[in-house]
Design a protein around this ligand. Structure first.
Ligand SMILES: [Zn+2]
Length: 216
């Protein structure tokens, strides 16, 4: 088994799987390689389990082929690819149909869907709670779902349209709350909770599943 060995003045051995699924071993300066490898051997089940879960969290890129599944508002829908389909990408509520292309067609479709379905939520919450923003821009930044500038311009990642509506609402409300409170203080989270009492479930959905939205 390959591993990276870091020796130091420490007294105990420790193992870590980094985000690239590589094994990092921290060991005391004088501990023999034999002892180190014995320890690795004993922990092989843990290593296996841990590195598989890291691998599983890496976004698997789409290939835009028949029957591949695509997310929309938290649901998964199959793709049908046929040159005889209507031009571009279409969705009938159950199936995505594409005549030709792939990534660009999905990006455009998701952006339009975000504008039509998700963006109205921004003004809904802004009006309801008098949280005023200047401008809103739609972007696709990997793993950045939203941001709010010092002058209250809001950026939203339109790939969020793949997530369930409660998750989209959470990101929108989070950024709107920043128009009033710039930090992540207790007051900030209280404001978010006042608007979305169940925001914690949405926040952890994004933490655990966000990688699924970065696979185009
Ligand atoms: Zn924030």
């Amino acid at each position: 088994m390959n591993y990276q060995l870091i020796r130091s003045k420490r007294k105990t051995l420790s193992l870590q799987i980094n985000s690239n699924a590589e094994l990092i071993v921290r060991a005391p300066n004088r501990l023999s390689v034999k002892k180190i490898e014995q320890f690795i051997d004993e922990k092989s089940n843990w290593i296996e389990k841990k590195s598989t879960s890291v691998d599983a969290k890496k976004p698997q890129k789409h290939s835009y082929i028949e029957a591949e599944k695509f997310l929309y508002l938290g649901g998964e829908y199959p793709l049908s690819v046929d040159i005889n389909h209507a031009k571009g990408l279409n969705f009938d509520g159950q199936i995505f149909s594409l005549n030709t292309g792939g990534k660009q067609e999905f990006l455009a479709w998701y952006k339009t869907a975000f504008k039509n379905v998700a963006l109205p939520r921004l003004d809904y919450y802004a009006d309801l709670y008098q949280l005023n923003y200047q401008q809103v821009r739609l972007k696709t930044q990997k793993t950045l779902w939203g941001s709010c500038s010092s002058v209250n311009n809001i950026n939203l990642n339109y790939l969020l349209i793949m997530a369930p509506m409660n998750v989209i609402d959470y990101v929108i409300v989070h950024e709107l709350a920043h128009t009033k409170i710039k930090n992540h203080s207790k007051d900030f989270w209280q404001l978010v909770e006042l608007i979305l009492p169940k925001y914690k479930a949405s926040k952890s959905w994004l933490k655990n599943n966000g990688y699924k939205l970065c696979n185009l």
